[in-house]
Design a protein around this ligand. Structure first.
Ligand SMILES: [Zn+2]
Length: 201
């Protein structure tokens, strides 16, 4: 339970934000209006390029994504955040890459379109960090339904206004969230909206 809130961030639709979390902090991420996915990244603060890795998380927990009580792990197989509460339908995809300019081009967009890829790198740049690639994000509140035959169906998220997830930082981390701007399919229910982040104890 998040009892005292030290930092609170409103993240407008289509934008991203980075923030610091200290080991033991609770991070509550809220879908303010419903049906809004959040691309989530976390980078260890104790040196080296160590970050939340869905590829390493899935074998550690033997699930497609963490549920309450499960951690998400880094590329060095250390727990970086643990799910302590999930007040949402519990759809937190770890399969799809972040949206990026090429994805929007593939979907027929001509001209500029905001993307989670750009939001990540812009947010990191504000903290003086540059990385040459985009790690696989953890796609909170994202309903990429896996059919029994192995195909995906991009469905609208089932989150309602105010649904949230609470994560506990297991190490000092720089966290990045992106309110996904995907408006070319049902990823965001067709209409990207704002999210909120609170950090405390
Ligand atoms: Zn996106």
């Amino acid at each position: 339970m998040l009892k005292s809130i030290a930092q609170k961030y409103h993240v407008p639709a289509r934008t991203g934000r980075a923030f610091e979390a200290v080991k033991g902090d609770l991070i509550r991420i809220t879908d303010l209006e419903g049906a809004q996915p959040v691309d989530f990244w976390a980078f260890a603060r104790d040196g080296g390029l160590e970050f939340l890795s869905p590829e390493h998380t899935k074998p550690s927990i033997e699930k497609l994504f963490p549920r309450v009580g499960d951690a998400a792990y880094t590329n060095r197989r250390r727990a970086i955040v643990t799910v302590v509460e999930d007040n949402s339908p519990g759809q937190h995809d770890m399969e799809y890459a972040a949206c990026d300019p090429a994805r929007y081009r593939d979907l027929g967009v001509t001209g500029y379109h905001a993307s989670c890829h750009e939001n990540l790198h812009a947010a990191l740049a504000k903290h003086g960090i540059e990385i040459p690639f985009t790690p696989q994000p953890w796609n909170l509140f994202t309903n990429f339904f896996i059919n029994p035959d192995g195909t995906f169906t991009i469905k609208s998220p089932e989150t309602k206004a105010g649904d949230n997830i609470v994560l506990r930082a297991e190490m000092d981390a720089l966290v990045v969230v992106s309110a996904c701007p995907q408006d070319q399919n049902l990823t965001c229910g067709g209409h990207p909206t704002d999210i909120q982040v609170e950090v405390g104890r």
